[in-house]
Design a protein around this ligand. Structure first.
Ligand SMILES: Nc1ncnc2c1ncn2[C@@H]1O[C@H](COP(=O)(O)OP(=O)(O)OP(=O)(O)O)[C@@H](O)[C@H]1O
Ligand SMILES: [Mg+2]
Length: 255
């Protein structure tokens, strides 16, 4: 399954767009970091990829066809771990996983098994029966990650999932995200954390409405075809494809 943004302009209501003409491809088997200052549009970008926000212009496509909305995104296996966790506070940790797994069609016995496996991966077996509202912030964050992992998506959109974690748990989560990529998922991690970004294969930085692809700590702004060709000549980029020429005020990057 191929998920792409093509010349996508994203925004809310009548306000100026948050991001203008962003183009890139989400690749299976890879970890992509989306970075940028608070308010730069990381969550907005993930919302569009999750089918929650329709682009004003341009498109988000799944296998070349425009993504119609959240239902289609769910059907395509696009899993979002939201920045605010999105957990039901008056359910237990395990209930939060089970209801979602059952809603997605798993039989109860499978849902229980997969819930136990996912909570264990996040070190939460001891918290399975605790109400979410009684969990610490980091435990809640790990519960939301467990829920995302249990869904076993083709695309995993993880929004600031390490922000409340200690170093050990952050490392654990980064390893779990890598394992998701290794089983073939495309993983997108929105993060403020330079170390988390450094653990990803590719970084796209959002700033002032634009997206720029960073590799090996070096920025390569993808504003025109020449920039794409120049970057393609640089060793590691050989695995990517040449980007289509962008417009003057646009941005384009391949992951
Ligand atoms: N639902 C909404 N309605 C209107 N404006 C919004 C909405 N959500 C976000 N915005 C605006 O869009 C811009 C980008 O917000 P977004 O949440 O995407 O940033 P972010 O990069 O995820 O920030 P953070 O690092 O703080 O999570 C901000 O100016 C924000 O005020
Ligand atoms: Mg955000």
């Amino acid at each position: 399954m191929e998920l792409s943004l093509t010349g996508a302009t994203l925004g809310y209501g009548r306000a100026d767009p948050v991001l203008a003409e962003v183009s890139f491809e989400i690749q299976p088997g890879r970890l992509l970091a989306v970075t940028g200052p608070s308010g730069a549009g990381k969550t907005t970008l993930l919302s569009a990829l999750a089918g929650l926000l329709a682009p004003r212009s341009g498109s988000v496509t799944v296998d070349g066809a425009p993504l119609a909305g959240r239902d289609q995104a769910v059907a395509a296996g696009i899993v979002l771990i939201p920045q605010d966790n999105g957990l039901a506070p008056i359910l237990t940790a395990q209930e939060n996983l089970q209801v979602v797994l059952i809603a997605r069609g798993r039989i109860p016995a499978e849902a229980r098994r997969d819930t136990a496996i996912a909570l264990d991966k996040l070190g939460l077996s001891g918290q399975a029966d605790q109400l979410v509202e009684e969990l610490s912030g980091g435990q809640q964050q790990r519960t939301a990650i467990a829920r995302g992992l249990a869904l076993g998506g083709t695309v995993l959109l993880a929004d600031e999932v390490t922000s409340e974690l200690d170093a050990g748990n952050r490392q654990r989560v980064l390893e779990l995200l890598r394992a998701e990529a290794d089983r073939g998922a495309a993983v997108v991690l929105a993060t403020h954390d330079p170390e988390a970004a450094a653990a990803c294969d590719t970084e796209i930085r959002l700033s002032e409405g634009r997206a720029a692809e960073l590799r090996n700590g070096r920025a390569a702004e993808m504003r025109d075809g020449r920039a794409a060709e120049g970057r393609a000549a640089e060793g590691r980029a050989a695995e990517g494809r040449a980007a289509a020429p962008g417009r003057d005020n646009g941005t384009s990057a391949r992951t």
